[in-house]
Write a protein that binds this ligand. Structure first.
Ligand SMILES: [Zn+2]
Length: 201
C-alpha cells in the first residue's frame, strides 16, 4: 500500500451527545446470546476450502505496515505469526510476545465487515497491541486496566483508515466476541477474553 496513512477516519469527531446516541445503538445487539460474527466466517472458494485470510495493518507509532496472508483457510501460517508478533510489539520496550491468533481473526473479521459493506479492503490502524508491565503501568493514567489483556497479547486498540467512529462502532460491535471498549479518541479495544464492553472518554 502506498500513500500517506491517515491517523483516524475522516470527518469531524462526533459530539458527545451524538456519540452516546451511537453507543445506545450498539448496546442492544450485545445482549444477544449468539455471536453475530458467526455469519461472516470465510466463505468456501471454488476449491471448497475456506478462503485465505489477509490483513493490511498500519502502526501509527512505528510508521510500519504489515500486509499479507496470516491464515491459509485451514491453518495459521507460522512465518506470518512471527512477523505479526514483532509488528504488534511494545515499541516502547522493544519487546514482543506470542500474540493470540484470535486477535488476528478479530481484525480480519472487522476488515471483512467493511469489505462486505462495499468499502473494499480497508487498512487497520493498530494504536496499541502487546504491552509490557512497564508500559501498561505507565498507561494506567490514560485508562489502561491493571491486568489488561494487552499484557498477554490478547488485545488490540484499532481504528480503520478513512472511516470515522460511527462505522467503527457499528462494525466492531458486530464482530466482537470478547472485550469491546469504545474510546472517544477514535479507536476501539478488541480482545479475545470474556465478553464485556465499556466506554471511556
Ligand atoms: Zn486496549
Amino acid at each position: 500500500m502506498t500513500g500517506k496513512p491517515m491517523a483516524f477516519g475522516g470527518g469531524p469527531r462526533p459530539s458527545r451527545r451524538a456519540f452516546l446516541l451511537g453507543l445506545g445503538v450498539v448496546t442492544v445487539p450485545l445482549a444477544m446470546p449468539v455471536p453475530l460474527f458467526a455469519a461472516s466466517r470465510p466463505a468456501p472458494n471454488k476449491t471448497g476450502r475456506p478462503a485465505p485470510r489477509a490483513l493490511t495493518l498500519y502502526n501509527p507509532n512505528t510508521k510500519e505496515w504489515w500486509k499479507g496472508v496470516y491464515h491459509d483457510g485451514a491453518k495459521l501460517l507460522a512465518p506470518a505469526h512471527d512477523e505479526l508478533n514483532w509488528f504488534l510489539r511494545d515499541h516502547h520496550e522493544r519487546a514482543q510476545t506470542g500474540m493470540d491468533p484470535a486477535v488476528f481473526d478479530l481484525m480480519w473479521h472487522l476488515a471483512e465487515r467493511y469489505r462486505r459493506a462495499g468499502h473494499g479492503r480497508v487498512a487497520i490502524n493498530v494504536h496499541s497491541a502487546y504491552r509490557t508491565r512497564t508500559t501498561n503501568d505507565r498507561l494506567r493514567a490514560e485508562g489502561a486496566a491493571l491486568n489488561s489483556l494487552h499484557l498477554r497479547g490478547m488485545a488490540v486498540d484499532v481504528s480503520v483508515q478513512g472511516y470515522g467512529i460511527y462505522f467503527l462502532i457499528h462494525h466492531a460491535e458486530a464482530i466482537a466476541t470478547g472485550g469491546l471498549g469504545f474510546y472517544r479518541a477514535g479507536f476501539v479495544h478488541l480482545d479475545s477474553g470474556k465478553r464485556r464492553y465499556w466506554f471511556r472518554r
